[in-house]
Ligand binder design. Structure first.
Ligand SMILES: CCCCCCCCCCCCC[C@H](O)CC(=O)SCCNC(=O)CCNC(=O)[C@H](O)C(C)(C)COP(=O)(O)OP(=O)(O)OC[C@H]1O[C@@H](n2cnc3c(N)ncnc32)[C@H](O)[C@@H]1OP(=O)(O)O
Ligand SMILES: NC(=O)c1ccc[n+]([C@@H]2O[C@H](COP(=O)([O-])OP(=O)(O)OC[C@H]3O[C@@H](n4cnc5c(N)ncnc54)[C@H](O)[C@@H]3O)[C@@H](O)[C@H]2O)c1
Length: 719
């Protein structure tokens, strides 16, 4: 019986991406099956246990010359076939892969499969008929949700929505062959999505108007969600063939936009981080990760509690330690609340919450004697961290890895008090630690490659993106951020309002501007760090000029706000006024505006009107300028590392590719010229002086970003 079925999988290889070759082969095989009278039905499946991840993203740069445009015609060829076509989806069907499946008359998947149209996340829209077929299959609201978010839909949900016809425990190919046998001879017309009407809604017009606004708001300046919406909307008002034309037109518009280039760059940059290599050549090839069967977290404050939740998510049992009974109770309640919230979220998403492993809460350092890894997250004070690491080196077994979540402090200094500096490493999470994807993995002078491999593999098992970086004050992310914030403060001193600065950065694509983020994180956090550095507070030598430190411009305004108890959201006042302490509704604060006027008067600053361009350029170029210094110092191995850090740790708008990619798109000569201009106007702000490496790149004719790292290497090898 199977003889009269044809199973097409020859050209669908593992994690297959459609290239013109695959598309042509599929077309050829479908044509062959159509014309062979012995073939009664066709099952389309992938090889090696995967259906398809969609089009090969690396091919998009050459789409003009490629045969990509034929993918929709192959989908259409499949759909028009007189023989039942069944998609047997193993594990995943994304993008063009799902579009092929939508062209089939039936779709079957295994239980652990996921399907989706993630094109929106790489700045595109489904370009092989997905925006026209999916709404016909599952209705407009569900199609808008799936296409504008690009989310991965689990098989059970896809079955409920009607994307899949059947879900089987194990082998969907066998089930697909059975199904093909059952349906042979039945009419195929009703199964062809191109012939179906889009299901009507009583209030379609109003629904679409509201949905457009929601998509636009969520998009934050990203074009692809909005174009995805427009393409789905076209399915409601246009006949199928015209809808397909509209989809193509919008696809080409997105493809030629800088945003899709940036988003595809970000996709590959993130994946490149897994393949870390140190300047001395150490890498996965030379280092094995140690198993982490049990971990400990010290300090259950803002960060510690999220780190505990992240470890538990990776199914690692955790000892959670605090300094006193009261803090332990507070930390325990917070961790348990986090775990409950996570379980509730899973439940709401239709996933079965797993039975959580409950941490072992303790005050006793002795409970750490058998852990494989410790992550310390106590206050940002070097003396305290050193005291704890000394204790750990006495208590923990010799092979245990000792990690610190410090934001700025010197890994080598912390390692120096232990008996195992090669096992000391920075594991820097971002707040909220159970949500944010980024972990900076910081190696000190003596950190072993195996410790790096262990931390990287831990990051992956927690579902996070590890980026290996060198050791310096603030590492990569926070070192660059200091300059961004300095510019925001200086602009406010010079005449801008917090609202103006935030608006410009929000329009650029950040969800919140720097001042609003400062209020959210707590202005006291930076205040404590500046006090620690002796820039403010009791340690400040008498006679220090209020607006300069070590001959460089310094803004005392954030310190003054803290001295007045204005810590931001938590106290109800900061750069903005809030509805209540802990409130989220931010209003411009007339008191603060008055305070700024008084400050300028006291310090003889004549307020000037500052253009939006100046606000944007000074904030972003000064941050990227430090990125060039970081590259030149070898703290980040490549610009992709910096961009991955910024996108995933600091909510930098992904559709601009990250600070280094953005700078490359603006044009290095322009960035250099602007920095020179601002540096001349502000001689007491040395961070505006263009970095020598940026100057070198411009002198070299602004080579493409992917070549920058090799210019650093050649520069350093000549030293
Ligand atoms: C003249 C012009 C005519 C005009 C006509 C215009 C019409 C144009 C018609 C165009 C047709 C469009 C068809 C379609 O709509 C478009 C698409 O399909 S776009 C692609 C959509 N798919 C995706 O976005 C999926 C992206 N991938 C993932 O999300 C994940 O990789 C995964 C599939 C969920 C797997 O995740 P993991 O298991 O974690 O694995 P990794 O992510 O680490 O990936 C492993 C490895 O694979 C590489 N990779 C993954 N997907 C792709 C891909 N789609 N293309 C290329 N490479 C891919 C990834 O980079 C890793 O490799 P490494 O980087 O480590 O070497
Ligand atoms: N808050 C952030 O946004 C953020 C982001 C990344 C990294 N970090 C870093 O993480 C670390 C912790 O920051 P946080 O914001 O969670 O601080 P936090 O003040 O919220 O929490 C610190 C916790 O450590 C506990 N603690 C102090 N001394 C201790 C000891 N001897 N033994 C056990 N517990 C002790 C405190 O009781 C407190 O609960 C710092 O190094 C900080 O720089 C913070």
């Amino acid at each position: 019986m199977v003889d009269c079925f044809q199973t097409l999988h020859t050209h669908f290889n593992c994690l297959i991406y459609f290239s013109p070759v695959v598309t042509q082969a599929l077309e050829r095989d479908v044509n062959q099956a159509n014309s062979d009278p012995t073939v009664k039905a066709v099952v389309i499946c992938g090889a090696n246990g995967k259906f398809s991840a969609g089009a090969d993203i690396r091919n998009f740069a050459n789409i003009g010359q490629s045969k990509f445009s034929s993918l929709e015609s192959v989908v259409s060829l499949i759909e028009k076939s007189d023989k039942p076509m069944v998609a047997a989806i193993e594990d995943l069907a994304f993008g063009g892969g799902l579009e092929i499946a939508l062209g089939c008359h039936y779709r079957i998947a295994n239980m652990k499969a996921r399907v989706g149209l993630p094109e929106v996340t790489i700045g595109l829209l489904p370009g092989a008929g997905g925006t026209q077929r999916l709404p016909r299959l599952i209705g407009v609201p569900a199609a808008i949700d799936i296409i504008t978010t690009g989310r991965h839909v689990p098989a059970t949900e896809a079955l409920k929505l009607g994307i899949l016809d059947e879900v089987v425990e194990e082998n969907p190919i066998e089930a697909a062959i059975n199904l093909a046998q059952r349906v042979t001879g039945q009419p195929l017309g009703p199964r062809r999505l191109c012939l179906k009407e889009v299901p009507k809604l009583p209030n379609m017009e109003a629904f679409l108007d509201e949905a457009r606004l929601k998509v636009k708001k969520r998009a934050n300046g990203q074009l692809s969600p909005q174009m995805c919406f427009e393409a789905v909307r076209a399915s409601v008002y246009l006949p199928f063939a015209e809808g397909i034309q509209k989809e193509k037109q919008l696809f080409m518009y997105l493809l030629s936009s800088g945003q899709s280039k940036a988003l595809q760059y970000a996709f590959f940059a993130q994946r490149a981080m897994e393949k870390w290599v140190l300047p001395n050549g150490a890498s996965w090839g030379t280092a094995d990760p140690q198993p982490v069967k049990k971990a400990a977290v010290i300090g259950l404050g803002t960060m510690g509690r999220g780190i505990v939740a992240s470890l538990l998510k990776a199914k690692i049992p955790v000892v959670a330690l605090e300094q006193d009974k009261k803090q332990l109770e507070v930390g325990k309640a917070a961790v348990m609340a986090l775990l409950e919230r996570e379980a509730l979220k899973m439940h709401q998403n239709g996933q079965k919450p797993k039975k959580p492993i409950v941490p072992h809460f303790t005050l006793d350092f002795g409970a750490l004697k058998d852990v494989d890894l410790v992550i310390e997250a106590v206050f940002e004070e070097i003396a305290l961290k050193k005291e704890i690491f000394h204790k750990l080196s006495v208590i923990c077994k010799p092979e245990a890895l000792l990690g610190t979540n410090t934001s700025y402090l010197d890994i080598d200094e912390i390692a120096s008090v232990t008996d195992r500096p090669h096992k000391v490493i920075g594991i820097h999470f971002f707040s909220p630690a159970h949500i944010m994807k980024l972990v900076e993995i910081i190696y000190g002078q003596q950190t072993s490659p195996s410790a790096i491999a262990t931390a990287m593999s831990l990051a992956k098992s927690m579902g996070k993106i590890g980026v290996v970086v060198g050791n310096c004050f603030g590492f990569v992310g926070n070192r660059m951020l200091t300059h961004y914030y300095d510019q925001a403060y200086f602009l406010i001193e010079d005449g801008s309002t917090p609202e103006e600065v935030d608006k410009v950065l929000q329009e650029f694509g950040f969800k919140m501007g720097p001042l609003r983020v400062g209020d959210l994180a707590g202005l006291d956090v930076g205040w404590r760090i500046r006090k620690g550095k002796g820039q403010t507070g009791d340690a400040l030598p008498p006679g220090t000029p209020p607006r300069h430190r070590d001959g460089m411009r310094y803004s005392p305004i954030p310190d003054m706000l803290c001295e007045m108890g204005r810590y931001g959201e938590k106290t109800g006042k900061g750069w903005y006024l809030y509805d209540k302490p802990g409130g989220k509704i931010a209003q411009p604060d007339p008191w603060l505006h008055g305070f700024l006027s008084d400050f300028r008067r006291t310090h003889n600053i004549t307020a000037r009107t500052i253009s939006q361009d100046e606000i944007l350029e000074r904030c972003l170029y000064s941050l990227a300028n430090e990125g060039f210094r970081i590259l030149s110092d070898g703290i980040a191995s490549c610009p992709e590392a910096i961009d991955t850090i910024y996108i995933n740790g600091y909510a930098w708008p992904r559709h601009t590719g990250g600070p280094m990619f953005y700078t490359s798109q603006v044009g290095l000569p322009k960035v250099l010229a602007k920095l020179q201009e601002y540096a001349e106007a502000n001689p007491d702000i040395p961070s505006l002086q263009p970095s020598p490496f940026l100057q070198k790149l411009v002198a070299l004719g602004s080579p493409p970003l992917k070549e920058w790292a090799s210019h650093v290497r050649s520069q350093n090898s000549k030293l």
